[in-house]
Design a protein around this ligand. Structure first.
Ligand code: URA
Length: 235
C-alpha cells in the first residue's frame, strides 16, 4: 500500500467518524513487530457485506467476545432501500445469530408490516435490512460501552456505506448516539429528519422501550415516525 493509498484510506474512516483503525493480528504473532504496519486492505469504493463479515471474522477486538455465543452481523435484503439500526443483540439474537428475533423483534416486525399494510405500502420485513451498533451481546443486556461502540461502529459504518439505503431508521438512543454523535435523547431527536453523511435518517424509540406498558404515547409516536419513513422511502 502506497502512502497516498494509506492517506486516502485513513481519511475515508476519519470522515465516517472512526478514530481507531484496528489491525488484524497476523496468523502467528512475530516476536518482533514488523517494520511496516499491515493494515487490512479494505476497498471502501466496492466494499460488500460479505467482505465486511469476513473482516469481522471470529472477532476478539473487545470484551464483548468473552460471553457471546454468536456474532449478529445483520440480516435482510442486501439491496434494501431502508435500514434499521438497533443497539445490540439480546439473548435470543445471541443464540440464533440473527438480529431482532426476540420479543422486541416481533414488535419491530409488527411495526414495519402493520404500518406498511395500513398505509398501502407493499413491503414486509424481508424487504428491509436490520443490524445493530454492536454485533455481540452485552452481558445482562447492558448498554454498550463507548469503546465497544467505537470498535464495532466501524463495521456498522461500512455496512451502511455498502448498503447505500435511501434512509436509515435508528432505533433508540444507542443507535442515535453512534450515528449522530449526539448526546440528545430520543424524545428530542425523534420525528424529524437527520442525516448520517448524506443519507436521511429518522430516530425513533427502541421496540424494547415500547414493550413497557406505560409507554403508550411513545408507541403512537413511533408509529408516526415509521409512517413518515415508509412514505419517504417507498412512495
Ligand atoms: N435489541 C436490539 O437492539 N437489537 C436486537 O437485535 C435485538 C434487541
Amino acid at each position: 500500500m502506497t502512502s497516498e493509498q494509506l492517506r486516502q484510506y485513513l481519511s475515508f474512516y476519519q470522515d465516517l467518524g472512526v478514530k481507531n483503525i484496528y489491525r488484524r493480528a497476523p496468523a502467528s504473532q512475530p516476536a518482533v513487530p514488523p517494520a511496516v504496519i499491515e493494515i487490512v486492505p479494505l476497498a471502501p469504493a466496492d466494499d460488500t457485506l460479505a467482505r465486511i463479515r469476513e473482516d469481522i471474522g471470529d472477532c476478539r477486538r473487545c470484551g464483548l467476545c468473552e460471553q457471546r455465543n454468536k456474532i449478529v452481523f445483520g440480516s435482510g435484503n442486501e439491496n434494501a432501500r431502508l435500514v434499521f439500526v438497533g443497539e445490540g443483540p439480546g439473548a435470543d439474537e445471541d443464540a440464533q445469530g440473527l438480529p431482532f428475533v426476540g420479543r422486541a423483534g416481533q414488535l419491530l416486525t409488527q411495526m414495519i408490516e402493520g404500518t406498511a399494510s395500513k398505509e398501502g405500502i407493499p413491503i414486509s420485513r424481508a424487504d428491509v435490512y436490520i443490524c445493530n451498533v454492536v454485533k455481540c451481546r452485552p452481558p445482562e443486556n447492558r448498554t454498550p460501552l463507548p469503546e465497544e461502540m467505537e470498535m464495532c461502529g466501524q463495521f456498522l459504518f461500512r455496512q451502511l456505506v455498502a448498503l447505500r439505503p435511501k434512509a436509515i431508521c435508528a432505533l433508540g438512543s444507542t443507535a442515535a448516539k453512534a450515528l449522530l454523535a449526539t448526546k440528545e435523547g430520543v424524545t428530542r431527536l425523534r420525528g424529524n429528519w437527520h442525516k448520517w453523511h448524506d443519507i436521511p435518517m429518522m430516530v425513533t424509540y427502541h421496540p424494547s422501550y415500547l414493550l413497557r406498558p406505560y409507554n403508550q404515547n411513545a408507541k403512537r409516536e413511533a408509529w408516526d415516525d415509521l409512517k413518515k419513513v415508509l412514505h419517504f422511502v417507498y412512495d
